[in-house]
Design a protein around this ligand. Sequence first.
Ligand code: ADP
Length: 921
Amino acid sequence: MRWDFITWLHEHRSEIEASGLAVVQDLPAYVVRPADECLSCWSSLVDVLLMDQARTPVEGVRQWAAREMQERGATPSELLTITEALSRTIHDLVPPKVDAARINGCVNALGSALAHYFAERVERLAVEKSQLEALYEIARELAASLDLSRMLHRTLAEVVSAISAEMGALFLVDRETREVIPETVINWDGGDMAAATLPSAWQMGQAEPLLVLNDLPAEQPEAWVQPLLTPSMRSLMAAPLVANGEFIGLLAVASCRRGVFDSNCVRLFRAILSQIATSIGNAEVYRLITEQAQELGRLLRHQQEESTKSQAILTSIGDGVVVNNAEGRTILVNPAAERILDKSAEELDGQDYQGLFSVFNTEGRQEAIAAMEVLLNAPPADLPKAFKMTLEFERRIVYAHLSPVLTQRGDFLGVVTILRDVTKEVEADRTKSEFVSTVSHELRTPMTAIKGYADLLHAGAVGPINEEQERFLSIIQHNADRLTALINDLLDISRVETGRARFDPRPVQVGDVIADVVNALAGQAKAKQQKLTYEVVGGLSDLMGDRDRLNQVLTNLVGNAIRYTPKGGEIEVRAYPVEGAVRVDVRDTGIGISSDDLGCIFERFYRASHPMVQEASGSGLGLAIAKMFVEMHGGRVWVESEEGKGSTFTILLPLPVHKEQESLRLPPRLIARTRTVLVVEDEPDIAKLIKIQLENGGYQVCSLGNGPAVVPWVEDKKPDLIMLDLLLPDMSGLDILRALKSNLVTADIPVIVMTIVPDDGVAWNLGIVDYLTKPVPTADLLRSVEKALTWQGRVLIVDDDEDTVGLLSAAMRQIGFTPLVAANGYEALAMTRRHRPDLIILDLRLPGMDGYEAVTHLKRDGVTQTIPIIAISAHAVNVDQERKRLVALGAASFLPKPFSIGELLDEIESALKPAPRPTSS
Ligand code: ADP
């Protein structure tokens, strides 16, 4: 029987395993392993030998070696030792008679299979090594430069060589056109492609799938691949470049050989892809950062230049500039401000605004601080535009202009104060005025001599004069008069400017002054065949004024009217009472004033270019002086004119307010309560009838039939209205009326006469509000009473919102006030001066001059400062702060909108309270 190795191996397996195990257990990879693992290594190698003889054990050895290396960490030399030990063990155990060659084939196959396996591994490792080197090289290229195109070209060259391709191209997406354009190519002859034609997964930023074609053109690629192909191309591999999830381009390599791109190539290509994409992404980020850094650098340089410019301007500016931030701290001071405020920038920096104006005298300092507080605390919507004031310290005079600093969006940043030292200008002005005054005085003496001697000569005091001499002397006299008038005008102006103008206020009847002036100028008018008339309407109260000055004003106005009205024209002077003032209109039918000249004629030395004006002698100073004098009286002067038709010059002169009268005046009633009417009537039946009529109208009625009891009763009870019969048995109704009207406590209580006596006007002159002749229908009686009661006081409502005005007017009427309405600050000032209301309700947000400015003006003006003001606003952010600020400015109180009529009444009541209560005397 033939000896069979396999059979022998089966029979001696346990023997082989027993003797070989020791070898394995001693090897370093196995020494730490349990015996069964060492045995499994050994016996699995024996299994390889026992494999079907027909098959080579090559595959078995490969698997065995791969497993032992992978799972147990065995090294190639350890595995060789094991195979050698197995072959030795077999050789030792095989019977000597067996031909060694018979077993050698099998056993040697183990060793050669292993050697083959290792050789393959070495080869694969070498490829991997070269690929890693290529990758490393590519990574190095990519990292070496941030110059994108240079870096990409060199990288592509590395890729092409690492993958053993001959052609390569790198495409990038153009952001604007969305075209995929070759950025760099090697032996490539392709064109642009629209990004939209590429696989949608790529466009969406997915890196897969790769396109691998190894047998062109047999593989018949899709249509979008066509632009990449060239006739010689046989293999093509392409993939998208994706950076930060965005599709940025395409990498393609190609070869003229078939089947070039195996799995190794694909793996390497993938690794390269992501490296390139990341680098392009980084380069893009770098480009963006660089661009931004450059842009920022440019901006910074620009800002530095601007700030240097601004700094230079601020430094060289002659006016002082101080900026306070929104908290009121000083944050910027220029050298001029340091000089004016007499403090260094270090001292001022960060200082509170309270200390900023410390050098100025108390009055100015307080005014500046108050203005600053208004600006710092006003809600943005109500921010005043600016405050202007004159500040003084020692002998210096500084104009200050405080205004808010706002951003373009309207955010409040703080307050800028401009300070201008005008000491020199003021001094120069004063010196000029003094010079004019001195010169004018000095000129008067020679003028007196010239005029006096000319008069003497003219009068023939030194002998007879011929006609020509007389004419010459007349010219001298006329010009001497002109010169004297001019000197007088100049003197007047300089006196007012230097504060030395004489102003001697005494009670004056304007009617008398007008009569004087008209009489004095009648001759001039007559010479021009003009009709000069005057009218004084009603009994005008006395003004407190300087008669000479008023005479001068009217002489100028009437004189001008005569001069600038052609022959045969008309001049009319009309004086009449208006609320709290006397108004005088000087109307002529003369040449009129053009709209261009109208705004200038009150300026000094201004004369219109009209031929009639130019022909007439004049200095252009008359109206300027008239304006000064009218303003010295607290009045106003203005003109309305139409060219070619005539002009009307108007002066408004306020009537005096008697202090004691003011304080003793009854405060207006403002109770929405039942009002009391006193009926003075001796006929009990009639008294009863009136009582019923009035009570039905909602009034409370008291009756008195006894004349002498009326005044004491009224003093004591202070009814809201008195209905007075003139025919009483014990006393004349007119006497009662006189007594009521001359008593300060009762004078303001409205009286309606209700009698059978016909109206002869006497009672009206005593101050009644209505005259009713009995019998009176109930409706007429109630209408009259209602009207009388609404005349108890005037309230000026200053608001530009029609709805608010309507509501407030109705509410005011209801509580017995007569509402007057002004829509803006300027109108409010004018109406307050004219009508002297008992109370002002003032909205802070007004067009033109706003509420704050109006309050400031009203409280500065002697004529209006005692009138209580209730400020209202819908824009207060902090009501308490706002109230404080307004009270500091002089307002009686502040009421935020919306408010109820009840709240308003409370405020009005307390605003009017300070007026002392009258005491009966
Ligand atoms: P004068 O009359 O000396 O020129 P005024 O100051 O009195 O100076 O007047 C200034 C200017 O106003 C006059 O020159 C004239 O142009 C114009 N003016 C004044 N009053 C009248 C008037 N009643 N009609 C037309 N223009 C007048």
